[in-house]
Design a protein around this ligand. Structure first.
Ligand code: HEC
Ligand code: HEC
Ligand code: HEC
Ligand code: HEC
Length: 122
């Protein structure tokens, strides 16, 4: 999650997979991921993905697990990464239910909490 650690990881993974530039044009990514040179493999764990399947832990390799993400945004008035764990409350949500990547992000919480001031960055 620290920018330095992220950058180092991206460099390593890009050199392992390689050739992502061409494919990237076919399935655009949000700008921060595009600039960081992510390959298809980083998220799909496949060289030439044709389906939406993204293993649950793909994002966590670089960004930390749900516990780490909950801690990271705990300063917010409502924490999108830490919904109530009460019985009957929905969640936990997977990262990609909000951060869709090839299409605009959404914030699932707003389906029920229209008053929450939350906007997902990508
Ligand atoms: C940052 C992570 C990430 C990277 C990198 C990524 N994807 Fe995806 N991709 C996703 C997620 C998440 C979904 C599912 C989206 C959803 O459920 O809304 C998806 C869905 C897809 C789908 C099915 C939906 C559609 O748009 O047709 C295809 C095909 C796909 N990706 C291809 C690619 C290709 C090709 C690359 C490399 C150029 C790539 N992806 C790179 C995260 C990623
Ligand atoms: C290979 C490492 C890697 C993977 C895998 C990855 N990311 Fe990222 N992500 C990054 C980097 C690097 C940045 C840019 C950080 C920056 O510029 O501050 C970033 C930025 C982001 C941001 C925006 C942060 C901001 O400050 O605007 C979100 C949201 C995000 N990623 C979510 C995801 C999700 C969801 C997945 C899984 C589908 C994912 N990432 C997979 C490396 C990764
Ligand atoms: C319910 C929707 C939702 C889910 C699920 C979700 N996020 Fe987020 N995410 C958000 C919102 C909203 C923000 C913007 C928070 C803010 O205002 O700073 C965000 C911000 C981020 C950021 C940028 C943090 C920053 O301020 O630098 C990253 C990285 C990120 N999410 C990664 C993840 C990862 C990894 C997962 C899965 C473990 C995940 N998110 C699950 C909604 C979600
Ligand atoms: C399907 C509808 C639904 C969705 C989606 C949903 N919530 Fe809720 N949430 C509720 C309901 C109903 C309550 C009030 C009853 C309760 O406390 O369980 C509630 C209560 C809450 C509360 C107050 C809890 C308390 O202790 O009183 C918070 C905070 C909250 N939600 C955050 C979130 C966040 C963050 C998300 C997205 C990650 C989210 N909710 C998604 C329906 C939803």
């Amino acid at each position: 999650m620290r920018p330095g650690a992220l950058a180092a990881f991206v460099l390593i993974s890009a050199s392992l997979v390689g050739g992502s530039g061409l494919a990237a044009a076919t399935r655009p990514l949000p700008s921060k991921h595009a600039k960081s040179g992510l390959s298809c493999y980083d998220c799909h764990h496949q060289e030439n993905p044709t389906q939406a399947a993204v293993p649950e832990d793909s994002c966590m390799v670089c960004h930390g697990d749900p516990v780490a993400m909950a801690a990271y945004t705990r300063h917010l008035p409502v924490n999108p990464h830490d919904p109530p764990k009460k019985a009957g409350h929905p969640g936990p949500f997977s990262c990609t239910e909000c951060h869709h990547q090839h299409r605009a992000p959404e914030v699932k919480c707003l389906e029920c909490h229209a008053d929450f001031k939350l906007k997902a960055p990508l």
